[in-house]
Design a protein around this ligand. Structure first.
Ligand SMILES: C[S@@+](CC[C@H](N)C(=O)[O-])C[C@H]1O[C@@H](n2cnc3c(N)ncnc32)[C@H](O)[C@@H]1O
Length: 279
């Protein structure tokens, strides 16, 4: 059984990684950013430059930690592996994980710099998920192409991904809001890193619901609003009908193509992204 699991891991890591290196758009391998999610749930590996961040949320992943680290360490150019267990999810599986040490020397200051769609991001390896929401790569790119001369609001902006793309795409005015202070600090550093005009883009610490209610009471409007909240409980009635507005769906998409989906496991298509026109 152990041999079988290692065989499956070798197959997925070996095959997928070659394809993703080709898909990766950055000219310089030092800027590379991509991710692969094994079709076995509970394991995510994101590669940021020479750092592989492994997010583990299943007991089987912890069991095969050594084997996974060995295989990930064989990916071309990896010098550091950051192992990030989801303590709470693992506890639900009956596994109590204490602090674990990373393999190899820790990357300087726990931060890496990557390039995606021509925009530079500082990534904190201590940040949410693996440190970066790599799955929104294509959707962030879309925003840069539809933001020109628009007023843009990025709700739940994390390190500023959608907002930075809007500013790069020529938006007149961009605001990003998030409740997490460390994420906003990164977002603000990302403005400077990309030499964007701080007069046109800003980030605020706000609760999304409070901010939207305040904006509604002030009759404040935006041409383009991005909503990328954490997973929400499904509601029977959609937000548009609750607000008495009509919408049309202009585009439906999912995660970027470096997030493979196993047709036998459609639940693996966890990210759905809609571009809506509010009428
Ligand atoms: C899926 S991430 C957003 C990723 C981001 N769009 C990107 O491209 O990198 C969700 C974000 O929602 C933020 N968040 C969670 N609850 C929030 C709340 N009540 N108000 C504002 N932001 C919140 C989290 O801090 C996190 O940064």
């Amino acid at each position: 059984m152990e041999g079988e699991v290692v065989g499956i891991l070798t197959l997925y890591i070996g095959i997928d990684i070659d394809i993703y290196i080709d898909i990766d758009k950055s000219d310089d391998q030092n800027d590379r950013i991509f991710k692969f999610t094994l079709r076995l749930s509970g394991l995510i590996v994101d590669v940021f430059c020479d750092v592989a961040v492994v997010a583990s949320s299943a007991a089987w992943v912890e069991k095969y930690k050594q084997e996974i680290e060995f295989l990930v360490g064989k990916i071309c150019g990896i010098n550091h592996i950051k192992w990030k267990p989801s303590i709470d999810l693992l506890k639900e599986e009956g596994l109590d994980i204490s602090e674990q040490r990373d393999s190899g020397p820790a990357p300087c200051s726990g931060r890496v710099k990557v390039m995606e769609n021509g925009i530079c991001y500082l990534i904190s390896l201590e940040g949410q998920k693996t440190g970066f929401y790599a799955d929104q790569r294509d959707n962030r790119h879309l925003i840069s192409s539809i933001s020109k001369d628009r007023r843009v609001l990025d709700v739940c902006c994390y390190s500023g991904g959608f907002a930075l793309n809007a500013a790069r795409g020529g938006a007149n005015d961009v605001i990003g809001i998030d409740s997490s202070l460390p994420s906003l600090e990164l977002a603000k550093e990302n403005i400077l890193l990309n030499k964007l005009d701080p007069g046109k883009i800003s980030f605020l610490r706000e609760d999304a619901t409070d901010f939207m209610k305040g904006a509604a009471s002030r009759n404040e409007t935006w041409d383009l609003v991005i909503l990328d909240p954490p997973k929400l409980a499904p509601r029977r009635k959609g937000a548009a009908s609750m607000a008495g507005r009509k919408i049309t769906i202009l585009r439906q998409a999912g995660a970027a193509c470096d997030h493979p989906i196993d047709p036998a496991y459609p639940e693996g298509a966890y990210l759905t992204n809609f571009l809506l026109r509010v009428l």
